[in-house]
Design a protein around this ligand. Structure first.
Ligand SMILES: NC(=O)c1ccc[n+]([C@@H]2O[C@H](COP(=O)([O-])OP(=O)(O)OC[C@H]3O[C@@H](n4cnc5c(N)ncnc54)[C@H](OP(=O)(O)O)[C@@H]3O)[C@@H](O)[C@H]2O)c1
Length: 277
């Protein structure tokens, strides 16, 4: 059975996003595939059943264009019922040798992995909230286990950008519940290392054969597809993240603590809030 009627996948020109786009299309979900590389989007059309994928070009770091992109998206595809935010980059920086740190590259990585997501979420939420009034709706983030435990020491800004994204998702999810949009499921996926272009020499010149690092892409995609189909409430963990999100695990406990404490903090803050604003 098709998982969605039509899914938007941002970052669908390679790796996880492309593989998920093909998997969804093969199983009956239509897909709107987004990325910067036009030739890759074109090639993707030939890799999926005819007519199941449409494409749109967007550079998510062009922040001022995001609102108009989303307007055009929903005007062309009002039937989108799921969104997968997947695009991302990973860069190495050595703060042991601070003179080698290129802050321009670092800023672009942060913008790609965090700030652009905030802009996308702001623009996408009104449609998803409206839809969630009548049906369960998924907003899926492809996050990173490195955002929970930053064990890849060579990528400090990548890890931090994903940690920021995780914190943002946690509170934005609660805000949807507080606003009455309980059927809007905000799901965070924590992949292991996966064999994609993320670690490719093109992006990380000091790695040789980095695209063969980690779990084979097809096995990862099959597991991701199955776990999204199982109707997760908060998280999908694959590989090392599974133990973190399992009952009693580090992230499970942190989420429990969040759910309890945010109630107390709201109550404590109540008398300080200006109700006329
Ligand atoms: N592979 C892993 O080991 C791993 C592990 C944990 C999490 N992840 C996460 O999984 C997600 C997908 O990565 P991947 O491993 O599949 O890497 P990938 O093969 O390099 O794919 C990255 C995707 O992001 C898109 N993208 C990057 N910058 C963009 C921009 N400015 N505007 C629009 N799209 C942009 C790329 O499209 P264009 O270049 O065509 O724009 C491409 O489709 C990322 O968020 C990554 O952090 C990956």
């Amino acid at each position: 059975m098709a998982l969605y009627k039509k899914a938007l996948i941002v970052g669908a020109t390679s790796g996880i996003g492309e593989a998920l786009a093909i998997k969804l299309a093969e199983t009956g979900s239509r897909v709107v595939a987004v990325g910067r590389r036009v030739e890759r989007l074109q090639a993707l059309l030939g890799k999926a059943p005819h007519g199941m994928i449409s494409t749109m070009v967007l550079d998510i770091t062009d922040l001022p264009s995001i609102a108009s992109f989303v307007k055009a998206l929903f005007s062309a595809h009002p039937d989108i019922d799921a969104v997968v935010l997947n695009s991302g980059v990973q860069r190495a920086f050595d703060f042991g040798k601070p003179d080698t740190v290129d802050l321009g590259t670092l800023e672009l990585e942060l913008k790609t992995n965090y700030t652009a997501y905030v802009y996308l979420v702001t623009a996408l939420l009104p449609h998803l909230q409206e839809l969630s009034k009548v049906q369960e709706t998924q907003l899926v983030f492809i996050s990173a286990t490195l955002g929970l435990v930053p064990s890849l020491v060579r990528t400090p800004n990548y890890n931090a950008s994903k940690a920021a994204l995780h914190s943002f998702i946690t509170t934005v999810r609660q805000q949807q519940i507080d606003a009455g949009f309980e059927k809007l499921r905000i799901i965070e996926v924590f992949p292991p290392a996966v064999q994609t272009e993320l670690h490719d020499t093109v992006h990380q010149p000091d790695l040789i054969g980095g695209n063969s690092l980690g779990m084979p892409l097809a096995a990862f995609t099959n597991e991701l597809f199955a776990k999204l189909g199982a109707g997760p409430k908060l998280f999908v963990g694959i590989g090392p993240a599974e133990i973190l999100i399992a009952e009693g695990g580090l992230e499970y406990q942190r989420q429990e603590m969040f759910e309890t404490q945010q109630v107390h903090v709201k109550a404590a803050l109540g008398k300080f809030l200006n109700k006329t604003c």
